[in-house]
Each structure stands twice: as structure tokens, then as C-alpha cells.
Design a protein. Structure first.
Length: 106
């Protein structure tokens, strides 16, 4: 990743695009910082969340969890995802989604 950034930065320097060079350097620093914080334990949380949403049993088997409570303990809280699930359900007692209720579209 760093080599790709360095190549892009060199190309922008050669083109004389100072603003793009600065932007790429900031992005590179942010990405390197992020990658240093990713641990195996974080990946376990990410796996539990991504696979557990689709198929909890498969997540438990692949992740080595014997109990659904263990899997649940690894799920990453995601307010946007939870909100989307609620909005997909629609307005209570109707077949309308929240968007349809708000703007009157169908």
C-alpha cells in the first residue's frame, strides 16, 4: 500500500500538482495509522459481525464459538445498520416503509 501511495505521490510531484501531493500524503498517513491499529482480535469482531448478520450458525462454526452468546459478544454495534433494519420493517400495521410514510411515495 505504501509503495502504491509513493508511486502516486511521485507521479503528482512530476506533474507539479502540489495540492494532490499533499492530499495523497495525508491519505497515506491516515491509512498507515489505521492499518497499524488492526489486530487479530479486531478481525475476529469484524468477522463475527459481517458473517453473523448473514448466517449466525456459519459464523459460530467458522469462528469456533460454541454458544450464540459468545458470538453476540463479538458483534460490533452499528446504529446505522440497526436503523436500516427497523426502517425496512415499515410502519407498524402497514406494508409501507418509513421512506414511503415520510414522502408519500410508493
Amino acid at each position: 500500500m505504501e509503495a502504491r501511495y509513493d508511486a502516486k505521490i511521485a507521479a503528482m510531484q512530476a506533474a507539479g500538482d502540489v495540492a494532490e501531493v499533499d492530499r495523497l500524503r495525508r491519505f497515506k498517513a491516515d491509512d498507515v495509522s489505521l492499518l497499524k491499529r488492526i489486530t487479530q482480535h479486531w478481525l475476529r469482531h469484524k468477522f463475527a459481525t459481517d458473517v453473523g448478520r448473514q448466517d449466525p450458525v456459519a459464523a459460530m462454526r467458522q469462528g469456533g464459538w460454541r454458544d450464540s452468546r459468545s458470538l453476540a459478544g463479538y458483534l460490533i454495534e452499528d446504529a446505522e445498520y440497526q436503523r436500516a433494519l427497523i426502517e425496512q420493517r415499515g410502519a407498524p400495521g402497514t406494508n409501507l416503509t418509513q421512506r414511503e410514510v415520510k414522502d408519500g411515495s410508493k
